[in-house]
Structure formats: C-alpha cells, structure tokens
Design a protein around this ligand. Structure first.
Ligand code: TXA
Ligand code: MG
Length: 353
C-alpha cells in the first residue's frame, strides 16, 4: 500500500505505480466513485490477469479509463455529437459511455462485445496514473467478484492483498457508488446502471433518456433482457443475507423491528441498516446509519463501507430500510435490492409478502 496525496499526488509514487501498468501489472487506484483495479487496456495478457485477480467471469468487461476525451478516438469507432457533448459536460466524472468499439481494442478488454465502456474519472491520482502510464487503463472496481465495491484502500487490501502489484491509498472515495453506465449505441440513450451521475441530470441535459428495466427492477429479470453483462452476475453483496424493507417510513420502521425480532428468535445475529432519522427506533445486535434521509450524497458514500462493517461484525442478516429512489437514491436502491437478491418486503399492510 502506497499512501498518496489525493489532490497533489507525489510524482515519484505515480511513476512507480505507472511502471507496473506499463510492464503489464495490476495497480489499484482511487477514483471519485470507488477504487479501481487497473491494467493497460491494450495489453491482453495484463487484462486477463485483471480478471484472474478479481476472480471475475470473462464475459463481464471492465470500464476503460482515460485522462482526456481525445483518447476515446483510439477506443471507439465513432463518437457521436451527443456523446461528445456528454463528455464535455460530465467528464471528468462518474459517467461511463458505451460506444461502438475500435478494432484496436483487444477482445478480452471488451469480453468479445462490439462495444466498449469508457470514462474519465474525477480524481487527480487516477488522472495522473493514466497519464504517466501512457495508455488507457482498464479498471473494474477493485474488489473480489461478488463483494461490495471498495471505497477505501483497506477494502482493496482485504480482498486483493497478494494478488496485485500495488494499492495507491488516497483515503476514502467521495461518491461511494459506481459510475452511471449509459448506452450511447441506442436512441434515445439508455441507462444500464444507475450511478454517480443521476438520471435527472442526464434527462435535463439530453431531453430523452431511457432507464433499462434492470436499473429499477424489484425482482430478477429474465437473462435475455439483460444488456449489460455485469448486471446478470450477483454483485455488491455482503456475506450476510440482506432484506430490504420498502414503503412509507412509519410502516417501514415497524416492519424492520418486527423482522429483527423474528430473526433474533430464530437465533440469528441481526443487523439493521437505518438512517439518522430512524436509527434510535431500532433494536438489533448492530444498528448502523447510512446518514440523513435528506442527504442522499452521504447515504451513497456510506453504503458499501457499512456492508463491509456488518460482515466484520459477523451479523447473519442485514435488514435495510429503503431510501427514496430519486437522485443518487436510485443507484442506492439498485445496489440494495441487488445485494438482497431481491428479497424485498413491502411494509404497507396491503402489500405485505
Ligand atoms: O465507478 C466505476 O464505474 C468504477 C470505477 C473504478 O471507475 N468501475 C466499475 O467497474 O464499477 P466494473 O467493472 O465493476 O463495472 C463495469 C460495469 C459492469 O456492469 C459491466 O458489465 C459494464 O460496466 N460494462 C462494461 N463494458 C460494457 C459494454 N460494452 N456494454 C455494456 N455494459 C458494459
Ligand atoms: Mg464492480
């Protein structure tokens, strides 16, 4: 682990990390969303190692990170005017664009698809590393496949120590949830994964944007409907089981406590994931707060860290309170529901399951 200044990364540390990327090695680095595990996107052997280190299925391609939008020309066959405008507006930032791939990109980097995912992260360490490496950097989140994405260097080490060359540690990430994945090969563009750039922001800017059904699903969808390979794999899940309770807040609080009692009687160690407004209402072995319901930015920032803390506390089940599915809340609810394997309880009496 190499501590690095998040604003003004020390050039010698960046040079060292970049030397690993140039040699075909693997470097974990911070972005504004979550930590990524980077490899030279044009080096098929290095990218294959990336999949191996993460134990990631080979059919799920990583996002290719660039340090300026001109680099996209080597990755994509064409950049439409609206893709260009999105880059100007939202880059650097948590927006990944799906574009038709160029033939220069190795097959393994795009998992054999005819499209490529690209983004420019808003983090000086990431940007310096990519620049110094002299190549686009393929980087999935730096967790073992199936684990919650890492929002700190400690999370990366817990999953990947001994499997990668170096971790650049610039402290906890700011957004805490991954980038929004937007498919630009269809008209209107379609959100495949809600994330750090909100649907509302995209809608305001583009006028028309679709939301893929999986982004808002409250049950598993048939696989043929799944357009983004990553979306069909189980994801983001702590080791503990997760149940999400949705509905009006008062009913949710009552239902969470009822479920907590039920699992306690069954002999489980119970965790409750609440919010600042509700946490004092809950009785369980471990109660944690995502932050204020009025501040979805902090809710998003805390989610994956709290998943990992519940696992460290050894709880068997996490009963999680839903938050409004608007703004960043849409991405939070997407991750919560997926983590639960769509075990969703509706608190309002009429819809109790
Ligand atoms: O914020 C982020 O996006 C972080 C940081 C490190 O940049 N990265 C990240 O990467 O979350 P990863 O690999 O964990 O997730 C990439 C997502 C997956 O769901 C993958 O299936 C999808 O992007 N994806 C990649 N290439 C794609 C393509 N050509 N078409 C559709 N989806 C694609
Ligand atoms: Mg991931």
């Amino acid at each position: 682990m190499l501590k690095v200044d998040p604003q003004r990364p020390e050039p010698d540390k960046i040079r060292l990390a970049a030397s690993f990327i140039r040699k075909g090695g693997l470097v974990a680095f911070p972005t504004e969303t979550v930590y990524g595990l980077g490899a030279d996107a044009f080096n098929p052997k290095a990218v294959l190692q990336l999949f191996k280190a993460k134990k990631r299925p080979l059919d799920n391609p990583p996002i290719v990170h660039v340090d300026n939008s001109k680099s996209v020309a080597r990755l994509a066959k064409e950049v439409s005017p609206s893709a260009q405008r999105l880059m100007e507006q939202f880059w650097p930032g948590p927006l990944t664009l799906i574009l038709k791939r160029s033939e220069l990109v190795p097959d393994v980097t795009v998992a054999g698809l005819d499209t490529v995912a690209v983004r420019m992260p808003r983090h000086n360490v990431a940007l310096a590393l990519i620049r110094e490496s002299g190549c686009p950097v393929a980087a999935p989140s730096a967790n073992l496949a199936g684990k919650p994405s890492p929002t700190s260097a400690e999370h990366v080490s817990a999953d990947l120590d001994g499997r990668i060359d170096v971790v650049l540690d610039a402290g906890p990430t700011v957004v805490g949830i991954e980038s929004t994945v937007l498919d630009m090969t269809v008209d209107p563009p379609e959100v495949l994964r809600p994330g750090g750039t909100t649907y509302e922001m995209l809608q305001n800017f583009l006028g028309k944007v679709k939301l893929n059904p999986i982004a808002v699903a409250d049950k598993p969808l048939p696989l043929e409907k799944v357009k983004s390979p990553g979306l069909k794999h189980k994801h983001y899940a702590p080791d503990a089981d997760v149940v999400v309770v949705e509905g009006r807040l008062l009913a949710v609080v009552a239902k969470v406590n009822e479920l907590a009692r039920f699992y306690k009687l069954k002999g489980s160690k119970v965790g409750v994931l609440g919010t600042d407004e509700t946490k004092q209402e809950y009785t369980a072995d471990t109660v944690k707060s995502l932050g204020s319901r009025d501040d979805l930015t902090s809710v998003a920032r805390n989610l994956f860290r709290l998943f990992r803390e519940f696992d460290d506390a050894g709880v068997d089940i996490i009963i999680a309170e839903a938050v409004p599915a608007e703004g960043l809340g849409l991405a939070v609810m997407n991750r919560l529901r997926k983590a639960s394997g769509y075990k969703i309880v509706h608190a309002d009496a009429s819809r109790t399951e």
